[in-house]
Design a protein around this ligand. Structure first.
Ligand SMILES: Cc1cc2nc3c(=O)[nH]c(=O)nc-3n(C[C@H](O)[C@H](O)[C@H](O)COP(=O)(O)OP(=O)(O)OC[C@H]3O[C@@H](n4cnc5c(N)ncnc54)[C@H](O)[C@@H]3O)c2cc1C
Length: 297
């Protein structure tokens, strides 16, 4: 219904997951509203940009199944509509530190009381700060429609342009966070604390090195052309490497990373700066891994 140019918005507030999925199948043009901190889109109208208001909204905040956390020995299942403050209340001892860091740095406490983890993963700009951390710990996301369930990693969930690959009627329902122990974990965001800014770059890395060599090391860069960039070839070169990792090996890995980043930045002063920053972050991570390994002796 339209009155004086203002469209009426229908807001659905389902309580059960089954009801939500059926509602979304019947109304696939609805906007899913979780915390609502990143839903408004601006579209070109005439000479200027205006906010595009959806006509139908499905509010996820009342859906019980999306608002709970369950914990087993091996993983945490976090409902997609849980706000970041409630997730952070789990504390650093339960939540993997590499994930705690980015979540606690998002916006302000007031925004974190609204913003959800599901929203951070599905946000259209695909620069959510949780993504590199979720990638390195091999978290999985559950995606459901009224008639199907699938699980995938965050890298596979985003396409090359960084858009979430949601099928019609599909909702991100849970995030499965493995509770593995890591000997060292690091998250850093550089380039300002802007919200989902184009100029920010983030790095997440985890490593386990129990007996004098690297058992597993994962790292991920966020904010480049590939929104969640893993370089599996580099990670596997480090498997079983003696620790501390030699300077020669680190230099050789940096040369490979330099090549892998070739198409990930614009050929401009800013692009070159971002590439140099990414390389510095990787070197710094490796140096920290080495220092930690010496502390553990
Ligand atoms: C002041 C401010 C500062 C910010 N700073 C940061 C920052 O530093 N780092 C950062 O990462 N983000 C930042 N953000 C962005 C934003 O708050 C987060 O990304 C937030 O986690 C989005 O969650 P939400 O619940 O509010 O999502 P919503 O706004 O509700 O939704 C975002 C998008 O995801 C879709 N969606 C939401 N939930 C689901 C679901 N379960 N299934 C399918 N689709 C879904 C929605 O339809 C919408 O398209 C900031 C925002 C503000 C307002």
């Amino acid at each position: 219904m339209e009155e004086g140019g203002v469209k009426e918005v229908r807001v659905f507030r389902p309580k059960s997951l089954g009801g939500t999925l059926r509602l979304y199948t019947r109304n696939p043009d609805s906007l899913l509203y979780a915390g609502g901190t990143e839903i408004l889109r601006r579209v070109q109208r005439g000479p200027g940009l205006v906010f595009a208001f959806p006509q139908k909204v499905i509010y996820l905040g009342n859906v019980q199944e999306l608002n709970r956390i369950s914990r087993s020995q091996r993983h945490l299942d976090i409902g997609s509509a849980l706000d970041l403050s409630r997730i952070l209340k789990l504390g650093r001892n339960v939540l993997p530190p590499v994930l705690f860091e980015p979540l606690s740095g998002i916006a302000t406490p007031a925004v974190r009381n609204l913003a959800t983890l599901g929203g951070n993963i599905c946000v259209r700009s695909c620069r959510g700060d949780s993504l590199p951390a979720l990638s390195v710990i091999d978290a999985q996301v559950e995606l459901r429609t009224a008639g199907s369930t699938r699980w995938t990693t965050v890298e596979s969930f985003l396409n090359q342009r960084g858009r979430p690959q949601l099928r019609p009627g599909e909702i991100l329902t849970r995030i499965r966070v493995p509770l593995e122990e890591w000997d060292f974990a690091l998250f850093r965001k550089v380039g300002g604390r802007q919200r989902l800014g184009r100029s920010t770059l983030s790095f997440a890395g985890v490593a386990r090195f129990p007996k004098g060599s690297i058992e597993v090391l994962h790292f991920c860069l966020g904010g480049l052309k590939t929104p969640v960039l893993r370089v599996p070839g580099l990670e596997s070169r480090l498997k079983n490497a003696s620790i501390p990792v030699s300077t020669k090996l680190i230099d050789s890995l940096l040369a490979d990373l330099d090549a892998a980043l070739g198409n990930e930045v614009e050929d401009s002063p800013e692009g070159r700066y971002r590439k140099a920053t990414a390389l510095r972050l990787f070197r710094w991570f490796m140096e920290k891994v080495n220092s930690r390994s010496l502390e553990m002796l």
